[in-house]
Design a binder for this molecule. Structure first.
Ligand code: AP5
Length: 213
């Protein structure tokens, strides 16, 4: 299965992608996670991406397109993959389509997680992540048992640099301008499926699964 998860920052793309990965045994490919790792590892890509990410702007298309073109050709993607946070612009979507065409593949579905901006602002402002295993927490909907410590592995929890209110608003503006047009792009190709992303994580997961199974 080859799947794209669309939706604004905080819609729950990462949360749902991890559950789909476990259910279907295919990799979650998050451009945000790959770029954050590049920053932590002090690579050239990380150096180029950092200022854009911290400011809530998109990283230039050529950098992320190159990254995805290489990633989806890897062996673990043979049975499929879940794209989380890519594509984010029309040129990225066009290059993805071109690359899949070269590989003789097509997309199975594009799931759009629909949610109001006010809701995502609260989700993101309250989010923390485990620095060891990546498990996500939220100060209201999923607080850790001990503040600042991961329930699963004991790792230290941290907040993302871009999860402050000013940058969240910037990210939502960028989404509306650059990424929301992808709904029309994929809608006109007939493979867009909309899911209301309000409700529990499990309720949303059931809806997503019913759209893609
Ligand atoms: P990226 O890492 O992709 O971030 P994002 O799109 O802003 O999305 P988030 O990870 O913030 O949210 P999400 O939708 O995954 O929600 P989550 O499941 O975490 O990108 C970051 C930056 O990298 C970009 O700004 C850009 O600079 C760069 N970048 C990445 N890809 C790029 C590309 N293709 N091109 C150019 N630049 C790129 O959930 C959020 C919170 O809500 C969590 O706390 C979670 O526990 C909670 N939550 C989830 N579901 C629910 C629910 N149903 N009810 C209550 N709480 C919930």
């Amino acid at each position: 299965m080859r799947l794209i998860l669309l939706g604004p920052p905080g819609a729950g793309k990462g949360t749902q992608a991890k559950m789909l990965k476990d259910k279907f045994g295919i990799p979650q490919i998050s451009t945000g996670d790959i770029l954050r790792k590049a920053i932590r590892d002090n690579t050239d890509l990380g150096f180029k991406a950092r200022t854009f990410m911290d400011g809530g702007q998109l990283v230039p298309d050529d950098l992320v397109i190159r990254l995805i073109r290489e990633r989806i050709r890897q062996d673990d993607c043979q049975k499929g993959f879940i794209l989380d946070g890519f594509p984010r612009t029309i040129p990225q979507a066009e290059k993805l389509s071109e690359t899949l065409g070269e590989m003789g593949l097509t997309l199975d579905a594009v799931v759009d997680l629909e949610i109001e901006p006010e809701e995502v602002t609260e989700r993101l402002a309250g989010r923390s992540n485990c620095s060891q295993c990546g498990t996500m927490y939220h100060e209201v909907s999923r607080p850790p048992n001990r503040p600042g410590v991961c329930d699963l592995c004991g790792g230290e929890l941290y907040k993302r640099e871009d999860d402050n209110r000013e940058t969240i608003h910037k990210r939502l503006d960028v989404y509306a301008k650059e990424t929301a047009p992808l709904k029309e792009y994929y809608g006109s190709q007939g493979n867009l499926k909309a899911v209301k992303a309000k409700g529990t994580v499990e309720e949303i997961f059931m809806q997503v699964c019913s759209m893609v199974s």
